[in-house]
Design a protein around this ligand. Structure first.
Ligand SMILES: Nc1ncnc2c1ncn2[C@@H]1O[C@H](COP(=O)(O)OP(=O)(O)OP(=O)(O)O)[C@@H](O)[C@H]1O
Ligand SMILES: [Mg+2]
Length: 261
């Protein structure tokens, strides 16, 4: 008999706060807030002072300053939304979607990285997945952004693979500890593989923690995977992230398909 706790009772990693402190995550949070909120805020104050000041300005300059204002406000908006999403319940609206199309939408939302080659191995005619479209697109985009960040500036290959599967009872054993899946369940599997620097094994236990990031302040708030995990759990799906033996990271997102028996 398996004595592992069911998914909602999985014990949290021990000494998470201490580990986060040691990894510099808490002080990084302070500097992330400074960069994500205080910096654009000073940008807004400066732009407002310029607009309100006595200096005569032509339309071009005025447009530039207004653009500057908008950029700062958007940056704060994004940071606050991420922080709120982390702390508050996520609202969902489920529709039947095609996983391949969601990946395309996620890729379209990313900033282009010319040194990264994108390979797609899509299985056509996948069964539909019942998901919150917006949140799953954001989740896939976040995983792809992490993969791309890990390959920059040198570049590499981002490989996206989709397939469908039906869980068998033997597969269920291996997944039982955290899985919502039962034998006979239909699912769609989305794999996101990169050829980047990978995740140090001693940091692997921290990647889902809020504000854990190895990126420079202003480059990453360390909230992407925290929110992704929350979204995937809400879908009763599964997200597994591991280093590949040949280097780079493989993220596997498994979501129930609507083609239930
Ligand atoms: N594909 C990957 N390759 C290497 N490291 C990764 C990968 N995915 C995640 N990580 C590590 O996990 C950390 C946490 O990722 P997460 O997406 O939560 O935050 P972030 O990308 O740093 O910031 P944010 O997503 O909030 O902009 C990253 O900073 C990085 O160290
Ligand atoms: Mg991220």
């Amino acid at each position: 008999m398996n004595s592992a706790p069911p998914p909602d009772q999985t014990p949290p990693p021990e000494n998470t706060l201490k580990q986060l402190e040691e990894a510099g995550a808490l002080s990084h949070f302070a500097s992330s807030v400074a960069h994500e909120v205080c910096n654009p805020l000073s940008q807004i104050v400066l732009a407002t002072d310029l607009l309100a000041g006595p200096r005569p300005m032509n339309d071009d300059l005025r447009k530039k300053i207004v653009g500057f204002l908008r950029q700062g406000a958007d940056r704060i908006d994004k940071a606050m939304k991420s922080m709120l999403q982390t702390c508050s319940p996520i609202e969902t609206s489920m529709t039947a979607e095609d996983a391949n199309s969601l990946i395309e939408a996620a890729l379209a939302s990313l900033t282009e990285a010319p040194s990264v080659r994108i390979e797609k191995h899509f299985t056509p005619d996948l069964p539909a997945i019942l998901v919150d479209k917006k949140h799953i697109i954001e989740t896939i985009a976040g995983l792809c952004a992490n993969a791309i960040d890990a390959m920059l500036p040198a570049g590499g290959t981002l490989t996206l693979t989709t397939s469908s599967k039906i869980f068998t009872s033997s597969e269920r054993e291996g997944w039982q500890r955290q899985s919502w899946f039962r034998a006979g369940d239909h699912a769609v599997v989305i794999e996101i593989a990169d050829t980047g620097h990978g995740i140090p094994e001693n940091k692997m236990g921290l990647i889902y923690e809020a504000f854990f990031t190895t990126k420079a302040a202003g480059q990453g708030a360390g909230l992407g995977l925290t929110i992704a995990k929350k979204v995937v759990d809400l879908h009763h799906g599964r997200l597994e992230i591991s280093n590949q033996p040949e280097g780079g990271v493989l993220a596997v997102l498994t979501l129930k398909s609507s083609a239930q028996p």
